[in-house]
Design a binder for this molecule. Structure first.
Ligand code: GLC
Ligand code: CA
Length: 556
């Protein structure tokens, strides 16, 4: 297997709006991030993935970009960005930018021109269609509720928006659009950034003819499967790779909704013609349900999770590279989702992920064991996905408010977006002003300052996980070792081995709040050093009683 720096890295995702506010306007910003670089260096990560910081009217918190080569006013300006990049590099930290090019904002100058007339030179930068029988061109529903088509009175046609109506989809089949995007990427690469996380990149090529999506019984709209992994997506990414990516030593990760293992190997195969790795979504869909998708408080069933994560480990081995994540700005907090919100469970769940093969991503606050937030009423939410779903589903009379609020508390994206909990002072030390979204009231207990003083905290446990991977005598096994799942059917214990050049480690995690008797499925007679455990003095034996949330990695 070829060694690469991005395989040996640990990435930390920053959602700038919620990270640290430097000027008291209640919104996190670039100078806030600069003030926390020592903290990140102390944690030991070496790459930051920065959620979008470009100019944006913030319909979807920066995922709707109106100028790709300028900085959002709320976050600062280009000088602040240049200073952040320079100072991050001085801290040994690289910066990966979010690249949102499936769509722009409707306030982007390309779209303003495009919608100005049917024969504008930028008309074909976007996807415009005539209506069909007085209705939308097809049955596609937007990811944020409603139809994926918006009627434009001026030119009497519809434009496509897979997300909000303020996020019109770009037409990647137009070579001029690709030129614009590749030039813009080159601008950022020449500044010295270290890579791109590519937003919904699997959606840039729509199926010819834009055929209707599958519409389950009772659903209001058809699905978006005909926008995903489309006929030209690999061709366009190979062109991007040739014209931009291959000219720089950068890392790339594609957000690929609906990607299968076979597809992932095309996007991120060792052939190196497209991307370095993808974010897949199978494991984060295992606690969704058929009828209402993510809007359910259903929880994971551990054997399913084990089976799925192990499948990706097994089947990409030697073919492509995995990305490893529990959390991001679109997912609820894992310590609430899979754990019981205790620090012990946070450490256990971190252990499960950080010994797998792939590049791990830590989402801001995960290293503190930050939890979901009990938002209570709909007024406390800010996310367009939630607000639109509320309108469509609750106000539309399809489901009760109680049911939907429970689902939002379990799965809503705002759980990840409450302000970073820095200390126990007002607003968790995030801002001196009024925060743009509520602070999780548990900040008085869960916060960085308290954890930095406590050697037993989740913070120091994550620091050790990161240190083991990046800078220890086990780094090679942890990064490159071959993965094997043990005991697939066990409902409580997640255990596996990693193997590299005759060396082996065993990972055992009791992912439950119950004490579990466990007979090790593997010979541990010659067990060596314990790399890490969330329980003080542990001994490895053939038969063990694992206390709740027990986690350990040991050389065998
Ligand atoms: C991605 C982003 C999400 C955003 C959407 C539209 O899924 O992660 O936050 O809303 O794309 O850009
Ligand atoms: Ca600010």
């Amino acid at each position: 297997m070829e060694k690469k720096w991005w395989k040996e890295s640990v990435v930390y995702q920053i959602y700038p709006r919620s990270f640290c506010d430097s000027n008291g306007d209640g919104i996190g910003d670039l100078n806030g991030i600069r003030s926390k670089l020592d903290y990140l260096q102390n944690l030991g990560i070496n790459v930051i993935w920065l959620s979008p910081v470009y100019k944006s009217p913030n319909d979807d918190n920066g995922y709707d970009i109106s100028d790709y080569q300028d900085i959002m006013d709320d976050f600062g300006n280009m000088e602040d960005f240049d200073a952040l990049l320079k100072e991050a590099h001085e801290h040994g930290i690289k910066i990966v930018m979010d690249l949102v090019v499936n769509h722009t904002s409707d306030e982007h100058k390309w779209f303003i021109e495009s919608r100005s007339s049917g024969d504008n030179s930028k008309r074909d930068y976007y996807i415009w269609r005539e209506g069909k029988d007085g209705k939308e061109p097809n049955n596609w529903g937007s990811c944020f509720s409603g139809s994926a088509w918006e009627w434009d009175e001026k030119t009497r046609m519809y434009y496509l928006h897979c997300f909000s109506k303020k996020q019109p989809d770009l037409n990647w089949d137009n070579p001029k659009v690709r030129d614009e995007v590749f030039n813009m990427m080159t601008f950022w690469c020449n500044k010295g950034i270290d890579g791109f996380r590519m937003d919904v990149i699997s959606m840039i090529s729509k199926m010819d003819g834009l055929p209707d999506g599958y519409k389950p019984e009772g659903a209001l709209y058809g699905g978006l499967e005909n926008t995903t992994n489309g006929p030209h997506v690999h061709e366009y990414l190979q062109e991007m790779n040739k014209r931009v990516l291959s000219r720089y030593d950068i890392m790339t990760v594609g957000e690929c909704a609906g990607v299968t293992i076979e597809e992932a190997a095309k996007y991120a195969g060792n052939h190196g013609k497209e991307l370095n790795m993808v974010f897949q979504f199978e494991h984060t869909s295992l606690d969704h349900e058929k009828k209402y998708g993510k809007w359910t408080d259903k929880r994971f069933y551990l054997p399913d999770l084990k089976e799925n994560l192990s499948k990706w480990q097994r089947e990409l081995e030697g073919k492509a590279w995995n990305s490893l994540y529990w959390c991001n700005h679109d997912q609820p907090r894992i310590v609430s989702r899979l754990g019981d919100e205790s620090p012990l469970s946070a450490k256990c769940i971190g252990t499960v992920l950080h010994f797998m093969q792939g590049t791990p991503y830590v989402y801001q606050g995960e290293e503190l064991g930050m939890t979901n937030c009990h938002f209570g009423s709909i007024e406390n939410y800010r996310d367009i996905e939630i607000l639109n779903a509320y309108k469509e589903i609750v106000e539309g009379g399809y489901r009760s408010e109680t049911e939907m609020l429970a689902a939002f508390e379990a799965k809503g994206r705002d759980n990840a977006r409450t302000p970073m909990q820095w200390d126990a002072t007002k607003n968790a030390g995030f801002t001196t002003g009024t925060p743009w979204i509520m602070v999780n009231p548990n900040y008085t207990e869960i916060n960085a300052e308290a954890e930095l003083k406590d050697k037993d905290s989740v913070f120091y446990y994550y620091k050790k996980l990161i240190e083991l991977r990046r800078n220890s005598r086990w780094s090679d096994i942890i990064v490159y070792g071959k993965y094997e799942l043990l005991d697939p059917d066990n409902e409580f214990v997640f255990s596996y081995t990693r193997d590299f050049e005759g060396k082996k480690i065993l990972v055992i995690c009791n992912v439950s709040d119950k004490e579990v008797k466990y007979k090790l499925p593997i010979d541990v007679a010659g067990a060596g050093e314990i790399l890490i455990s969330n329980y003080g003095d542990v001994k490895i034996q053939e038969e063990m009683v694992l206390p709740k949330w027990f986690a350990m990695a040991v050389e065998i």
